[in-house]
Design a protein around this ligand. Structure first.
Ligand SMILES: [Zn+2]
Length: 278
């Protein structure tokens, strides 16, 4: 999401909103201020907090955009009038000095309809208010060093109130880099493992950002798969030790791990696997 915010900033910073075409029912989560209050005002910059893209519009307020799991943003220049399948929102901009009038088309693939946008007045944090610290903050480092959360670290990392912006793919890779079991909890690991966890969070996210910055093409967040180290790669060799990666399912998703690096050689019990064995 960081790389996407940087690309959008390069395209629309300094440009004035010309209009908002809401293409899907109820994707706009706020009523006041209305879209007309943003028209004619320029985007100062595009930033990110957690998984939210933030369009900062000075005294007028902020526009937030959340793409959910399968949303993407396309840049249209010149803008179109069509309403493609899965269309959520088209944001139009006024012509700049160079005569360019780009529009941003937000679309959502698949069957879920969760992508959403907010128009917030100054001082209103809206959905940002409940977000946990950013991964590179001292506040998060202190949580890792001192926390005793009872949930599995994998679950804890994905809780946006704990840490803003980490999805399950990165959680798999973070545990693998830190050599921690998918079942580990903060309370169950020692100081060295906590350091390894913090380092893994930083390095996995930094590497992901570097790859995303280098990537060109569509502005989607749902094609990250190709650069995960272990997420989704069960059945193939561990990049570190060559052992075949395993998976377990819990909370309705799959977690990939290396039994040699992360669980002391043990294959974790899996409800689905147990069912198959019966
Ligand atoms: Zn391994």
């Amino acid at each position: 999401m960081q790389a996407l915010s940087e690309r959008l900033d390069a395209v629309v910073a300094g440009k004035e909103f010309a209009g908002f075409d809401a293409l899907s029912f109820s994707s706009l989560k706020t009523v006041v201020p209305g879209p007309h209050e943003f028209v004619g005002h320029a985007v100062e910059r595009v930033t990110r907090r957690g998984k939210y893209l933030i369009f900062e519009v000075g005294d007028v307020g902020r526009m937030l955009l959340h793409l959910s799991q399968a949303g993407r943003v396309d840049i249209e220049d010149p803008p179109k009038r069509t309403k493609p399948r899965g269309a959520v929102l088209r944001v139009r901009f006024a012509p700049d000095d160079g005569g360019s009038t780009p529009a941003l088309l937000v679309r959502e693939f698949g069957t879920e309809r969760k992508a959403a946008w907010w128009l917030l007045p100054p001082g209103d944090d809206g959905p940002l208010a409940g977000l946990g610290p950013e991964p590179d903050s001292e506040e998060f480092a202190a949580l890792v060093r001192e926390g005793d959360d009872k949930r599995r670290i994998h679950t804890w990392l994905r809780d946006q109130r704990t840490l803003a912006g980490v999805g399950r793919g990165y959680s798999d890779d973070i545990l693998w880099r830190a050599k921690l079991s998918p079942y580990a909890t903060l309370g169950s690991i020692d100081a060295a493992q906590r350091d390894a966890l913090l380092h893994a969070v930083h390095s996995v996210l930094a590497d992901g950002l570097e790859l995303e910055r280098a990537r060109t093409g569509g502005l989607s967040e749902n094609k990250l798969g190709e650069h995960f180290e272990v997420h989704g790669r069960w059945g193939s060799p561990c990049p570190r030790c060559g052992t075949t990666l395993e998976r377990i399912s819990y909370e309705s998703h799959e977690v990939t791990y290396c039994p040699a690096c992360q669980t002391g050689g043990k294959t974790l019990a899996d409800r689905r696997r147990s069912r198959l064995l019966k």
